[in-house]
Design a protein around this ligand. Structure first.
Ligand code: FAD
Length: 608
C-alpha cells in the first residue's frame, strides 16, 4: 500500500480551545498550517460548563481577543447571557462571563477555522510522533495518523486535552474515553514516554445535565443577564440586551449531604478507584460534603446549554457518584424533585506532561519543534487552554520563519502569568487562573487588554486592518480627552487633577469641560481609570520592585503563616508543609504566587 504524506509548516493536533487558537494564530502569521482532530463535529467543543470567562478567565479572553484570537468574538456571537462579575469592586476585579449556546459556539469556531487562509482542517487521529536526530539534537518531523498516512512538518503542537489514556468514572463503572461519548488515544502518551518526557495523571469531573421541561422553576431564584451587556471582543460594537436567557439558583440540603456521606465508599475518589489529583478549587459535590462538613447547603446554578436544546447544566454538583445516587440526589432538591437526568455526571482521569518540561514559548526542551498547549500541560479551563494555544501557535510560526519566540511578561498579561507559572513552578493539581496569581492586577485589567497587547500583536503580524484602525481610533480619542482635561480649569485647578477627586465622576467632567461629552464611551472609561488609579498603580509597581530585591530574605523556621489573614488557603497549606528557608525558595513552590510572597514579605518586615 502506498503511504500518503502531506507537508506543512505547522501541525496542530486536537481542535479544542488550545488547538483552534494555535492553528488560527500560526495561519494568521502566514505559516502553512494543518489542524488535525479526531472528530470534526467536536471542533471547539465545551467539555464541561457552557460558559466562557469568569473571574481572571474573562481577563484572559479579552487578552486572546486583543491578540487577534477567536474566543472573544465567538462568545459575543453565540452568548445567551452576559454578566460583568465583581462590578461593585474596583476595575482590577471586573471579570466578564457569558453563558454560551454550546452548539452555536462550536459551529462558529469551526466556521472561523474553515474560513482562515493558510489553514487546512482535517479529521485525522494521530497515533505517533515522528522525530529525527540532527547533530545530537532530537527534532520533531511530523506525525502518523490512523489509515497509514504521514503529516510532515518542522513544528508540531500537541493540544489533545483530556484524551490521553483517558478513563471516565461514574461510580464503579469505568469507560475508556476523554469525554462522554468519545474515545481515548494512547499512541501520543507512548510516544512522549519513549522520547523521555515525564507523563503524570490528573482528574477532573462534570455534573449531570437535566431536561428543562422537568425542572420546577417556580421556587428557584432567577438570575438574569446584565441590562447593558458588555462584549468580550474589542471589535464588537454592542450586544442585544433583550435577547438573553436567565439562569436559576437551587440549593443542596442536609438530606442530600447525608445521602452522599452514606455512599462515599462508592465514590471513585474515596473508594481508591481514582488516585490522581483533581482541581481543589472546583471540588466535586462529594468533596464539598467531606471538606466543608459544617455547611448544610451549597448553591447550584442551573445554566441552559443553548437556545435550541432543553439540556440544563447543573453548575456546582460535579460528581462521579453512581447513577442511582445521582438519581436520588436530585429527587431531594427543591425544584428538581422530578428532574430527568439526560447525561450523568462523571470524572475523567488522563495523562498530562508536567509543564516545567517546556520553554516559555511552549516549545518542549527535549524535542525541538514540539510544542504543547492546553490541558495536556496540566491546566484546566477553556480560557487557559486558548491563551496557551495562541502563544504556541504564534511561536511555532515564528520558529518556522527563523524568528525569536515572543511571550508576554507577567506585567503585560494574565497569559504571561499563566505561562510563567507553568514553566517555572509546574503544578501539582489542575492549574486554573485566579486574579491572586497576578502581582500586577491593577495593570492587567480586562478593560485595558487592547492597550497592553494590540500594539505588539500588530508588530507580530497577528491582527488585521480593521482591528488596527479601531484601536488607533480609541488611542486618538483618549489623547483628545487627555488634552481637553489638561487644558480645562475646574474650580481653578487643571481638569485632570480635579478628576482625581473621589466624588467627581465622568458625567460631571463632561458638564464642566467643553467637548468631553463627545469622547467615545470606551476611551472615556480608560481615561477615567488611568486618572483615578494612577497613584495605586505607581505604588504597586514600587512594591513589586522591592519584592524582587528582597527575594532572598530569610524566613525563620517558626514563622507563623496562619497569622497572615489575607494569605490564600492553598499558599498557607503549601508554605506550612514545605517551610522554605527564604523567599527565594518559597517563590519556587508550585501554587505560591508572587502576590502571596508580597504578603509574607510584608509580615517579615513587621508590617500588618
Ligand atoms: P480539549 O478541549 O479537550 O480538546 C482536545 C482535542 O484534541 C479534542 O478535539 C480531541 O478530539 C482532540 N484529540 C485528542 N487526541 C487526539 C489525537 N490523537 N488525534 C487527533 N485529535 C485528538 N474546565 C474547567 O474550567 N472547569 C471544569 O469544571 C471542567 N470540567 C471538566 C470536566 C470534564 C469531564 C472534562 C472532559 C473537562 C473539563 N474541564 C473543565 C476542562 C476543559 O474542558 C478543558 O480545560 C479544555 O477543554 C481544554 O482545552 P484543550 O484544547 O486543551 O483540550
Amino acid at each position: 500500500m502506498t503511504q500518503s504524506s502531506y507537508h506543512y509548516d505547522v501541525l496542530v493536533i486536537g481542535a479544542g480551545h488550545a488547538g483552534t487558537e494555535a492553528a488560527a494564530a500560526a495561519a494568521r502569521l502566514g505559516a502553512k498550517t494543518a489542524l488535525l482532530t479526531s472528530n470534526l463535529d467536536t471542533v471547539g467543543q465545551m467539555s464541561c460548563n457552557p460558559a466562557i470567562g469568569g473571574v481572571a478567565k474573562g481577563q484572559i479572553v479579552r487578552e486572546v481577543d486583543a491578540l487577534g484570537g477567536l474566543m472573544g468574538h465567538a462568545i459575543d456571537a453565540t452568548g445567551i447571557q452576559f454578566r460583568l462579575l465583581n462590578c461593585r469592586k474596583g476595575p482590577a476585579m471586573h471579570s466578564p462571563r457569558a453563558q454560551a449556546d454550546k452548539k452555536a459556539y462550536q459551529a462558529y469556531i469551526k466556521h472561523q477555522i474553515e474560513q482562515q487562509q493558510n489553514l487546512d482542517l482535517r479529521q485525522e487521529t494521530v497515533i505517533d510522533l515522528l522525530t529525527e536526530n540532527v547533530e545530537g539534537q532530537t527534532r520533531v518531523r511530523g506525525v502518523s495518523v490512523v489509515g497509514d498516512a504521514l503529516f510532515v512538518a518542522p513544528t508540531v503542537i500537541l493540544t489533545t486535552g483530556t484524551f490521553l489514556k483517558a478513563i471516565m468514572h461514574t461510580g464503579e463503572a469505568q469507560t475508556a474515553g476523554g469525554r462522554a461519548g468519545e474515545g481515548t488515544t494512547s499512541g501520543i502518551s507512548g510516544a512522549l514516554a519513549r522520547l523521555g518526557f515525564e507523563v503524570e495523571r490528573f482528574k477532573t469531573g462534570t455534573p449531570a445535565r437535566l431536561n428543562a421541561k422537568s425542572i420546577d422553576y417556580r421556587n428557584l431564584e432567577r438570575q438574569p443577564g446584565d441590562e447593558k451587556p458588555q462584549p468580550f471582543s474589542f471589535l464588537t460594537e454592542s450586544l442585544d440586551s433583550s435577547d438573553q436567557l436567565p439562569c436559576h439558583i437551587a440549593h443542596t440540603n442536609h438530606a442530600v449531604h447525608e445521602l452522599i456521606r452514606a455512599n462515599l465508599k462508592r465514590a471513585p475518589m474515596y473508594s481508591g478507584q481514582i488516585n490522581s489529583t483533581g482541581p481543589r478549587y472546583c471540588p466535586s459535590i462529594e468533596d464539598k460534603v467531606v471538606r466543608f462538613a459544617d455547611k448544610t447547603s451549597h448553591q447550584l446554578f442551573l445554566e441552559p446549554e443553548g437556545r435550541n436544546t432543553g439540556e440544563v447544566y447543573v453548575n456546582g454538583i460535579s460528581t462521579s457518584l453512581p447513577r442511582d445516587v445521582q438519581d436520588q440526589m436530585f429527587a431531594m432538591i427543591e425544584g428538581l424533585q422530578h428532574a430527568q437526568i439526560m447525561r450523568y455526571g462523571y470524572a475523567v482521569e488522563y495523562d498530562f506532561c508536567p509543564p516545567t518540561q517546556l520553554w516559555a514559548s511552549m516549545e518542549s526542551k527535549r524535542v525541538a519543534g514540539l510544542f504543547l498547549a492546553g490541558q495536556i500541560n496540566g491546566t484546566t479551563g477553556y480560557e487557559e487552554a486558548a491563551g496557551q494555544g495562541l502563544i504556541a501557535g504564534l511561536n511555532a510560526a515564528r520558529k518556522v520563519a527563523g524568528k525569536e519566540a515572543w511571550v508576554p511578561t507577567r506585567d503585560q498579561a494574565y497569559i504571561g502569568v499563566l505561562v510563567d507559572d507553568l514553566v517555572t513552578a509546574g503544578t501539582d493539581e489542575p492549574y486554573r487562573m485566579f486574579t491572586s496569581r497576578a502581582e500586577y492586577r491593577l495593570l492587567l485589567r480586562q478593560d485595558n487588554a487592547d492597550r497592553r497587547l494590540t500594539g505588539v500583536a500588530d508588530e507580530l503580524g497577528l491582527i488585521d486592518a480593521a482591528r488596527r484602525e479601531r484601536f488607533q481610533t480609541k488611542l486618538d480619542q483618549m489623547a483628545r480627552a487627555n488634552q481637553l482635561l489638561k487644558a480645562a480649569r475646574c474650580d481653578k485647578i487643571p481638569g485632570d487633577v480635579f478628576l482625581r477627586r473621589s466624588e467627581v465622576d465622568w458625567d460631571e467632567m463632561c458638564r464642566r469641560v467643553e467637548g468631553l461629552g463627545r469622547i467615545d464611551a470606551e476611551a472615556a472609561q480608560q481615561v477615567l481609570y488611568d486618572t483615578k488609579y494612577e497613584g495605586y498603580v505607581t505604588r504597586q509597581k514600587m512594591e513589586v520592585e522591592k519584592q524582587h530585591r528582597l527575594a532572598s530574605k530569610r524566613i525563620p523556621a517558626t514563622f507563623d503563616y496562619d497569622a497572615i489573614g489575607p494569605l490564600r488557603h492553598e499558599a498557607r497549606e503549601k508554605l506550612n508543609r514545605v517551610r522554605p528557608l527564604n523567599l527565594d525558595q518559597a517563590k519556587r513552590i508550585s501554587g505560591v504566587t508572587p502576590a502571596d510572597l508580597a504578603l509574607v514579605l510584608t509580615r517579615l518586615e513587621g508590617k500588618k
